[in-house]
Design a protein around this ligand. Structure first.
Ligand SMILES: Nc1ncnc2c1ncn2[C@@H]1O[C@H](COP(=O)(O)OP(=O)(O)OP(=O)(O)O)[C@@H](O)[C@H]1O
Ligand SMILES: Nc1nc2c(c(=O)[nH]1)N=C(CO)CN2
Length: 182
């Protein structure tokens, strides 16, 4: 059953526990492969990265008149509470030089938190599971590559099942076995 992360009371003498997280990275400006590697490197300071998907080159979704994206998904373990993790991903986006853009517009780096354990979180600035992940082939294809049986906590479907429901046209190149220096 999904749970609200906010509702779990801290237990006395509870030793801190690592959280399993899945993140989606996207970039369509500048040196796209380098942007992904730099983001993974920064993330690895607070997340023990366990898996990194291939890099997928994908046609832009939502706003067509922009360069193709490079997308990947990674998973890992972190001790950061979810709000700190979100602050950290936003800090890394800024550090790497992301400039303000419009919805679905071009960006140097985008880091979305897909899952945080099996938590369901809904705040003004943070919704987990990411509310659009199940519609996005550019997220589901790399997710299904590294965790095909992982269950979406609220939809109850695996990454592979979700991928079967979306259109996977517009995928050109996959840079396989990509392992950035973390
Ligand atoms: N799960 C999440 N991961 C990352 N950001 C999130 C999440 N849920 C909500 N947000 C919020 O979404 C806001 C918009 O993020 P961003 O500018 O990256 O949007 P976008 O990339 O254009 O669209 P999308 O969120 O659909 O990828 C951010 O301010 C962030 O606080
Ligand atoms: N192919 C692709 N299209 C997008 C992407 C992305 O990462 N890949 N991100 C968007 C906004 O977050 C909008 N459209």
């Amino acid at each position: 059953m999904p749970f609200s992360h906010d509702q779990i009371p801290p237990m006395e003498n509870d030793t801190p526990k690592a959280h399993q997280v899945f993140l989606a990275l996207g970039t369509n400006l500048g040196e796209r492969k380098q942007n992904l590697e730099a983001a993974l490197h920064q993330l690895s300071k607070n997340i023990e990265i366990k898996q990194v998907s291939s890099i997928y080159e994908t046609e832009p979704v939502g706003y067509a008149d922009q360069p193709n994206f490079f997308n990947l998904v990674c998973s890992g373990q972190t001790m950061l509470p979810v709000d700190k993790l979100h602050q950290e991903t936003q800090k890394i986006e800024q550090q790497l030089g992301r400039q303000p853009s419009f919805r679905n517009g071009p960006r140097l780096i985008d880091i979305d938190i897909l899952f945080y354990d099996q938590a369901y979180i809904e705040r003004a600035t943070l919704i987990i599971p990411h509310p659009r992940l199940h519609e996005r082939a550019f997220v589901l294809a790399p997710l299904a590559e590294i965790a095909p049986d992982y269950l979406h906590p609220t939809l109850g479907k695996s990454a592979r099942e979700l991928l079967d429901t979306v259109n996977v046209q517009g995928f050109f190149v996959s840079i396989p076995n990509h392992r950035a220096a973390c």
